[in-house]
Design a protein around this ligand. Sequence first.
Ligand SMILES: Nc1ncnc2c1ncn2[C@@H]1O[C@H](COP(=O)(O)OP(=O)(O)OP(=O)(O)O)[C@@H](O)[C@H]1O
Length: 246
Amino acid sequence: MLQASGLTKEFKGFVAVNNVDLTVERGTIHALIGPNGAGKTTCFNLLTKFLQPTRGTITYDGRDITSLSAADIARLGLVRSFQISAVFDDLTVLENVRIAMQRRRGDSYDFWRSEVLLAQYDDEARGYVESVGLGDFLNHRAAELSYGRKRALEIATTLALEPDMLLLDEPMAGMAQADVDRISALIKRISEGRTILMVEHNLSVVANLSDRITVLARGEVLAEGDYDTVSKSPEVIDAYIGAGHD
Ligand SMILES: Nc1ncnc2c1ncn2[C@@H]1O[C@H](COP(=O)(O)OP(=O)(O)OP(=O)(O)O)[C@@H](O)[C@H]1O
């Protein structure tokens, strides 16, 4: 589904990502992990087109996307979530999802549309809200939601864009354990029929959710495989002990 080859990013001579080859198979949950400073965020930003690579190519669903913009790839169904919050605090849960749907349909932020037109979106929007377990909060302002529920709402707004592939940047960052469990279950559920690549620090989440894991260290791929394989790799253990991880 998503393939990077020879992906390299240099910042003024410092090589943050070095010749990375990565293949994310269709229909899998793939995690990108590694100690601090390994290059995960840079790699993620390259794959989501927030950064342009110094060298290398990226293909998505058989198509070269190396020189496309983040907006272009979103239209192709490759959508990034989490780091940039798509949630507007002063709008209700339902209104937030409705706006995401308007974006998908190219209506952009057309706040002048009549209530009658907007109401056409409601049934579908309600479906997305219910699919992330927020059915009881439809008319609550986003600001009133707990942190974990806000994250669930972000997922609903992302699903409203009808992505084939989701790129999640540290979906569990800053979450209490109860929310971690709930969002883990939600990610598992929304992975059906979709492909997911996530950067995640919480290794028990990675162990639970991922079909495949790529470990980065010092900008390079150190190991790849399922959790059992990579967690037993002496190079991976050394890299984590050497750099410390959070
Ligand atoms: N814009 C930039 N300019 C210069 N150096 C950068 C830039 N962005 C990242 N780096 C460097 O590239 C290296 C990799 O950083 P990156 O943030 O990708 O690592 P990471 O694996 O996401 O780390 P963490 O787990 O701490 O978030 C680091 O040494 C960082 O200082």
